[in-house]
Design a protein around this ligand. Structure first.
Ligand code: CU1
Length: 162
């Protein structure tokens, strides 16, 4: 009787662990990250955002976060042509809350600038290349390996315990 009770407990624990493992693996794969533009410098004059952007990796699912004093700056998501001459063009998407969150939804190039005064000409502009979620870094292949490993272990446990 005692053995069967332990076995029941083991089964429940196994199922619980299996569920926890799968849930954590899946959530790690789907989650994007918040990228604060300029890091601790935030969005301001006197900082080189072009150089900053070159040190970062951007991928679909990530979110750009622009922090600044509302009214002193803004964020314009513009076309490549508008970006060149610091204009906004007709299709610019404008943000001006001071805590702007811009989700990166599609792969490809994106251009951002501040259209207040001569801020763009003075460096408040940068271009990013958004990578597809799958190929942005080496980690996903590691996750896949970990996932496959977990499945094998779970199958093995199921055979012996269930
Ligand atoms: Cu500005």
């Amino acid at each position: 009787m005692a053995i069967s009770r332990i076995s029941m407990g083991a089964k429940r624990l196994t199922l619980l662990l299996a569920f926890a493992c799968l849930t954590s693996l899946l959530s790690v794969r789907v989650e994007g990250k918040d990228i604060v533009v300029g890091d601790e410098n935030n969005w301001k004059l006197g900082f080189n955002y072009t150089a900053w952007a070159e040190t970062k990796t951007f991928k679909v699912g990530d979110t750009l976060v622009f922090n600044y004093g509302k009214g002193s700056h803004n964020v314009q998501s513009v076309s490549g042509a508008a970006f060149k001459d610091c204009s906004t063009g007709s299709d610019a998407v404008s943000f001006e809350s001071g805590e702007d969150r811009v989700p990166l939804k599609t792969a490809g190039n994106m251009w951002f600038l501040c259209s207040v005064g001569k801020h763009c000409q003075n460096g408040m502009k940068f271009k990013i290349t958004v990578l597809p979620a799958e190929t942005a870094q080496a980690a996903p292949s590691m996750s896949l390996a970990a996932f496959a490993f977990t499945v094998v272990i779970l199958a093995w446990m199921a055979v012996f315990l269930l």
